[in-house]
Design a protein around this ligand. Structure first.
Ligand SMILES: C[S@@+](CC[C@H](N)C(=O)[O-])C[C@H]1O[C@@H](n2cnc3c(N)ncnc32)[C@H](O)[C@@H]1O
Length: 336
């Protein structure tokens, strides 16, 4: 076989395999969950394992990327909003780029690793631009990568602040110190797990100047809600810290008393499912934010089990209706 023909065949086989993989990976599990079943995979999303998270990472980032320019446009064009300065705050910022770890098929073809842009890099490319960018990252090497990212945007570097500290501590201080007569902000909370206590969410709501995208780890939350009986004490404390109330207990468990051999026995039965968790969290958000998107964006694993729910909430009484309308549209279109 000639070298040219061999190369052409390898190329054709490679694209054929890619098409099959893309179809199988992208469409096989887009069923069941609200705000998910109708979604198309955007051109920007692609299959493969990601350094942070999984396929849902691209979907989440596409949702954010859809919202940011709509937001900055309002604060550039709308006469009632133009006098505000805008800030983008990425509280669990990562590095600005996320590596695709090659899958088996890619390795066959000796493909090099690729990267997708993370939330920080996407925010830096939004037009119209923000007046200020704050990236918070507690991991030293990721913090260093963010500093490097900053240096690749010299035209904006005096507007970018990179902080190496705990996101919750920073946010509470920042909420209290920012002059909300001048500033409006978008905050992205994108933790790996249950790292955000309700007290942080409350601080953001109190500002009346923040629009919040919150990646809620519903998979981890659901695992803490043990099936056989109510969770052990440390888990109960974690659930209460995340929800800001102990009301989850009544909501997610039913207690029956039965006559036992040695007297009455209490049987605790778990009632929760993902729809119940979604409703409970939305009610919690509605109790402190003026506007909350009517559904979160469900992000599921390859077994179609929700791992995260991306909630949107707006704290400004004047802007909340428009903000939630835009977020509802983005969520209903699966993040695109
Ligand atoms: C899911 S990754 C963020 C991905 C990022 N949003 C992106 O799109 O590239 C979560 C990040 O939060 C950082 N992190 C974890 N706990 C933190 C904390 N308490 N404060 C600040 N950063 C934290 C981790 O080091 C990790 O880089």
């Amino acid at each position: 076989m000639s070298v040219k023909r061999g190369r052409a065949l390898r190329q054709a086989a490679k694209s054929g395999i890619r098409i099959v993989i893309v179809v199988l990976k992208n469409y096989s599990h887009f069923v069941h969950w609200p705000c998910y079943s109708q979604r198309r995979m955007s051109k920007k999303s692609r299959p493969g394992k990601l350094e942070f998270g999984g396929r849902w990472t691209s979907i989440k980032l596409d949702a954010l990327e859809g919202y940011l320019p709509a937001y900055t446009k309002i604060f550039t064009k709308n006469p009632a909003a133009r006098h505000f300065s805008t800030m983008y705050v990425d509280a669990f910022a990562g590095t600005g780029r996320i590596a695709y770890l090659p899958d088996q098929q890619d390795r066959l073809f000796d493909e090099r690793d690729e990267y997708v842009k993370g939330s920080a890099a996407r925010a830096l490319e939004v037009k119209p631009e923000f007046d200020r960018y704050i990236f918070i990252e507690s991991n030293p090497s990721r913090y260093a990568a963010l500093e490097e990212l900053k240096s690749t945007y010299p035209d904006k570097s005096d507007r970018i602040e990179v902080r190496k500290e705990d996101a919750n501590l920073f946010l509470k201080r920042w909420c209290a110190e920012t002059d909300w007569k001048i500033w409006r902000a978008i905050v992205l909370l994108d933790p790996y797990a249950m790292d955000v206590p309700w007290s942080t969410i409350e601080a953001l709501a109190r500002t009346q100047g923040v629009d919040l995208w919150w990646l809620f780890p519903c998979g981890a939350f659901n695992r803490l809600l043990t099936r056989a009986a109510k969770p052990p004490q440390p888990w109960r404390e974690a659930l209460t810290r995340i929800c800001g109330t102990g009301a989850w207990e009544e909501r997610f468990y039913e207690v029956h008393t039965h006559a036992g051999l040695f007297g009455p026995m209490q049987i605790e039965q778990k009632l929760s499912n993902f729809t119940g968790i979604n409703q409970f969290l939305r009610e919690r958000l509605e109790s402190i934010f003026v506007g909350v998107a009517k559904e979160p964006l469900y992000l599921v694993n390859s077994q179609n089990t929700p791992i995260f729910m991306l909630f949107f909430a707006a704290s400004n009484p004047k802007g909340a209706a428009t903000a939630t309308r835009i977020a509802n549209w983005i969520i209903a279109h699966g993040g695109n």
